[in-house]
Design a protein around this ligand. Structure first.
Ligand SMILES: CC(C)(COP(=O)(O)OP(=O)(O)OC[C@H]1O[C@@H](n2cnc3c(N)ncnc32)[C@H](O)[C@@H]1OP(=O)(O)O)[C@@H](O)C(=O)NCCC(=O)NCCS
Length: 155
């Protein structure tokens, strides 16, 4: 049975947990970029939504999306290992995508580590398309795949 979780905007007190999730599940083996202070700044920023999925008091997933005029950027996404493959990642991205749609966004970009086959499959299932490889995107060391989600095509 899937327990009931709620998706909402993150609170300032969530910054530490989100930062640790990024360090452990996204940035492992690289220099830690998404530290608590940077996440806290994102939570306060007007052009960004930091969203979390909570099960009781625990954060089981988090995501950050920054909005520009017609483009948005999914800057971070992580689901706690024990809660993966239950649709939570899809739901969290859909929640942020709805906001992007209301804001008139036409395309959402995301980068993922080139070796992160799981994330690449996940984004492909959601309708994201590979558009380019960005060499040494992560700390000048690891390349990224940049993917794009066309809001019109997927409407
Ligand atoms: C990638 C990640 C966010 C996916 O979250 P999730 O909650 O497990 O994904 P969902 O359960 O919503 O899956 C949605 C779809 O993607 C597929 N999918 C998810 N993870 C997958 C994987 N590792 N390999 C293949 N397919 C995968 C699911 O099977 C599902 O497909 P369906 O349409 O056939 O049902 C999660 O594995 C994670 O946090 N990984 C570590 C951090 C990371 O890589 N972040 C993203 C890069 S920045």
């Amino acid at each position: 049975m899937i327990e009931q979780y709620d998706i909402s905007l993150a609170k300032p007190a969530d910054a530490g947990t989100i930062a640790v999730m990024s360090r452990d599940y996204v940035e492992y083996g690289l220099e830690w970029q998404w530290k608590p202070a940077r996440i806290a700044k994102k939570i306060r920023a007007n052009d960004t939504n930091v969203a979390v999925a909570r099960l009781g008091k625990a954060i089981v997933a988090c995501a950050i999306m920054r909005y520009a005029e017609i483009e948005a950027h999914l800057e971070l996404l992580a689901v706690q290992p024990n809660y993966r493959k239950r649709g939570i990642g899809r739901h969290l991205v859909a929640w942020l995508t709805e906001t992007a749609d209301v804001a008139g966004i036409q395309v959402i970009y995301v980068e993922t580590r080139i070796g992160n086959a799981g994330a690449r499959s996940f984004y492909a299932r959601l309708g994201y398309k590979d558009i380019e490889i960005v060499p040494r995107y992560y700390c000048g060391r690891e390349s990224a795949v940049r993917l794009a989600y066309d809001m019109h095509r997927n409407r």
